[in-house]
Design a protein. Structure first.
Ligand code: B1M
Length: 206
């Protein structure tokens, strides 16, 4: 696990993939690879970026290495063909390009039996509204990683509450909190991927 972590930080996608394969062959659980290897590595990358030890290009390369590892683990997490738990539209809000955490949430929701329509990043209130009409989800998930994009999150949640009050909303991302969720009228806040799955189940009674 230490080697996976170090290879993600070093941005060595091929090494990450081969170590993940080897760990799986050795019987390490996929969720353990994610939490103790891949996510932990990005936490370290985050604090190194904050302290100026790592710069944006290195961070991007590390993120790609992490995604390479995730792509091998994801198919093993569950059966994506049974979507008994409900349909979720999810996206990173307008002005925000961060998608690593959101992608993890998507992966964990899918592996827990949710059908997830991922709108990607920089998703405007209008695009969320279009997706509501097109996909008729029971739940909308919104992610924001920048304090400056929390306003876009608020705008989208309020628009959903107004136009489709039957649809539940769930928010997440480093700068947001339960208090912010309460303030903007979101259905709930989840601090991490596992909590997002629990909250989605709770909101949909699944
Ligand atoms: Co950005 N960035 N970034 N960045 N970046 C942060 C967020 C920052 C805290 C770094 C810092 O300064 N310390 C800072 C924000 C400061 C603030 O607003 N308070 C920041 C900044 C400033 C910026 C730029 C403005 C930098 C610049 O250009 N000057 C710029 C903005 C671009 C834009 O969005 N418009 C920018 C760019 C980038 C990269 C492109 C280089 C890259 C993103 C790559 C990508 O996502 N494809 C990047 C990265 C990687 C980070 C850090 C280092 C790591 C984020 C991450 O992936 N974490 C981040 C520092 C940090 O967080 N420590 C930082 C790992 C991920 C697993 O965690 O995303 O928190 P997280 O997701 C968690 C939970 O939050 C939760 O579950 C996830 C899994 O556990 N969660 C949800 C997330 N979404 C959820 C949704 C849910 C439920 C739970 O329900 C729907």
């Amino acid at each position: 696990m230490k080697e996976i972590l170090e290879s993600v930080i070093a941005g060595d996608v091929e090494k990450v993939k081969s170590l993940v394969k080897k760990s799986l062959d050795d019987g390490v659980r996929p969720d353990q690879i994610i939490s103790e290897g891949l996510i932990k590595a990005m936490d370290i990358v985050g604090s190194r970026m904050k302290s100026g030890e790592m710069y944006v290009p290195e961070v991007l390369i590390a993120a790609e290495a992490m995604k390479g590892g995730l792509s091998l683990v994801k198919p093993l997490l569950g059966d994506e063909s049974s979507y008994a738990a409900g349909r979720v539209v999810i996206g990173t809000v307008a002005g925000d390009l961060h998608d690593i955490g959101k992608n993890l949430v998507v992966m964990l929701l899918e592996s827990s039996g949710f059908e997830v329509i991922d709108l990607g990043v920089d998703v405007s209130t209008e695009d969320f509204a279009k997706a509501l009409e097109e996909h008729k989800p029971q739940l909308v998930g919104l992610s924001a990683l920048l304090t400056t994009t929390m306003a876009a999150m608020e705008e989208t949640v309020k628009a959903i509450n107004e136009k489709a009050p039957q649809v539940k909303t769930m928010i997440g991302g480093a700068p947001v909190s339960q208090q912010f969720a309460d303030e903007i009228g979101a259905g709930g806040y989840a601090p991490d991927g596992a909590a997002a799955v629990d909250l989605a189940k709770q909101l949909l009674g699944a």
